[in-house]
Design a protein around this ligand. Structure first.
Ligand code: GLU
Length: 289
């Protein structure tokens, strides 16, 4: 039976060259949309103004076009969407679910009183020990400090879940338990002091605003997805279906990261490799070059 048309997206941050891992993420989103007769969108996640560069953004489009991927307009930029994030923060603040935090990473590790290897790690690093949670809360939402979600207060009365359609080992309905959110996620930052928002908040608002039906992303973001489903619940937004895909790794088995410039698509491009060879390599593991 043909599936209904999906709306998917590729959401890169223009902070460096796209590598093979990005190419795979873009291909997965593109192919699922096209196979269903749906739409494939690009969203530039440029909230971290200190790290994003217009040159990188321009290269993203060149690389995607070279790979043979076509996308549907309009392209969204998160830097143009700050008012929507502010409105969501106001809503959560008014519900008493956020509190300001002045801790840096060193303060957090000191409060946890444990060597870094021994502390519980959440999707954004060490699970926050709650140092600032009980300080008096200002009347007006401050914009010069980080804002954390008070996880214990934010937990819903009935359990949440999401549907996974990607990796076969993960497929099915995933319940999100209060214990998991408290112990393995904790009070995450929803607005960073220097940005006025965060990845988690912006991605949830924009996926809903763009009507994304199927969120495709690497399996490394599986834990982050649980935060997103909670935020959708708190903000009255629909929960899309999810498709977490495998990660592209180097010869040592390490996940490719931005610093892996050696695998930047542009290098393959200038070496004269055909985009089809990249596709073959990513989908079948066939050797490159
Ligand atoms: N900008 C994020 C990244 O590149 C998007 C991932 C996602 O939410 O799917 O990792």
């Amino acid at each position: 039976m043909a599936s209904s048309p999906e709306i998917t997206r590729f959401a890169p941050s223009p902070t460096g060259p796209l590598h093979l891992g990005h190419a795979y993420a873009a291909m997965v989103a593109h192919d699922l949309a096209r196979a269903s007769g749906g739409r494939f969108l690009i969203r530039i996640e440029d909230i971290d103004r200190s790290r994003c560069r217009p040159e990188w953004e321009a290269r993203i489009f060149e690389d995607l076009a070279w790979l043979g991927l076509s996308w549907d307009p309009p392209v969204w930029r998160q830097s143009e969407r700050l008012a929507s994030y502010e409105a969501a923060l106001d809503r959560l603040w008014d519900q008493g679910l956020l509190y300001p935090c002045t801790c840096n990473r060193r303060d957090i590790l000191a409060a946890l009183d444990a060597p870094q290897e021994g502390v519980p790690m959440g999707p954004d690093g060490p699970v926050y020990p709650g140092t600032c949670r009980h300080k008096p809360r200002p009347k007006i939402r401050p914009t010069d400090r980080a804002l954390r979600l008070d996880m214990a207060k934010a937990l819903p009365a009935s359990p949440l879940h999401f549907h996974e359609e990607g990796l076969s080992s993960l497929q099915g309905k995933h319940p999100i338990t209060p214990k998991d959110l408290i112990e393995n996620t904790g009070d995450i930052v929803l607005s960073r002091r220097d940005m006025g928002t965060s990845y988690h908040l912006s991605v949830v608002i924009d996926d809903a605003a763009q009507g994304i039906t199927l969120v495709t992303r690497g399996a490394d973001l599986f834990a982050a997805t649980k935060i997103h489903v909670l935020l959708q619940h708190l903000l009255g937004l629909p929960t899309p279906r999810y498709h977490h895909h495998r990660l592209i790794r180097d010869e040592m088995g390490k996940r490719l990261a931005k610093r892996d410039d050696a695998r930047a698509l542009e290098i393959y491009r200038t070496e004269g490799l055909a985009p089809d060879a990249i596709r073959q390599h990513l989908t079948t593991g066939e050797t490159l070059g």
